[in-house]
Design a protein around this ligand. Structure first.
Ligand code: AP5
Ligand code: MG
Length: 215
């Protein structure tokens, strides 16, 4: 199954992707995670991406398209893939279509996680993540079992550099201007499965997502 998780920052793409990976074994491909790894490793690509990410702006299309093109050729994608945070612009979606034509594959679903802006700001400013296993928490909605400690045992959870209110507003604006046109792009292709996430727990969203994806 080849799917895209589409939705604004904080909609729960990463949270739902982890649940779907556990259920299906299909790999999650998060361009945000790949870019953050490049920033931490201080690669040329990471240095180029950092200023855009810190400002809440999209990294240029050619940078992320190259990353995804290489990743989709890896062996674990043969059984399917779950794109999280890609595509984010119409040119990225067109490139993905070309890549998939070359690979003789067809997208099955675009899972749209729909959440209102004010809830997104609360979710993102309260997010904490584990630098060891990648678990995602929220200080209020889904807190770690013990303060500042992950279930995997790692002490000291991280807050992303772009998870402050000012940058979140920029990211939301980028989503509405540059990414939301993809709802129409994939709607015309009959691929959009919408799940409403406002005032809904991660477990309830997961139940709706499974229904929407026929799982
Ligand atoms: P990326 O890392 O993709 O960030 P994003 O799209 O802004 O999305 P987030 O990861 O912030 O949110 P999410 O939907 O994964 O939510 P999560 O599950 O964590 O991208 C970062 C940056 O990289 C971009 O700004 C851009 O610069 C660059 N970039 C990446 N891809 C790019 C591309 N294709 N093109 C160009 N640039 C690109 O949940 C959020 C919080 O809410 C957590 O605390 C979680 O616990 C909580 N939560 C989740 N679900 C619920 C629920 N149902 N109820 C209550 N709380 C919930
Ligand atoms: Mg994410």
């Amino acid at each position: 199954m080849d799917i895209i998780l589409l939705g604004p920052p904080g909609a729960g793409k990463g949270t739902q992707a982890k649940k779907l990976v556990a259920l299906t074994g299909i790999p999650q491909i998060s361009t945000g995670d790949m870019l953050r790894a490049a920033v931490t490793a201080q690669t040329e690509l990471g240095k180029k991406a950092k200023a855009f990410m810190d400002a809440g702006k999209l990294v240029p299309d050619e940078v992320v398209i190259g990353l995804v093109e290489e990743r989709l050729k890896e062996k674990d994608c043969e059984k399917g893939f779950m794109l999280d945070g890609f595509p984010r612009t119409v040119p990225q979606a067109e490139s993905l279509e070309q890549m998939m034509n070359h690979l003789e594959r067809k997208l099955d679903h675009v899972l749209l996680l729909d959440v209102e802006d004010e809830e997104l700001v609360n979710r993102i400013t309260g997010r904490r993540t584990c630098g060891k296993c990648g678990a995602i928490y929220h200080l209020v909605f889904t807190p770690p079992p013990a303060a500042d400690t992950c279930t995997c045992g790692k002490k000291g959870l991280d807050q992303r550099a772009d998870d402050n209110e000012k940058t979140v507003r920029e990211r939301l604006s980028a989503y509405h201007k540059q990414t939301s046109p993809l709802i129409d792009f994939y709607g015309k292709r009959g691929l959009v499965r919408k799940v409403v996430g406002t005032n809904s727990t991660p477990e309830d969203v997961f139940a709706s997502a499974k229904r929407a994806l026929g799982l």
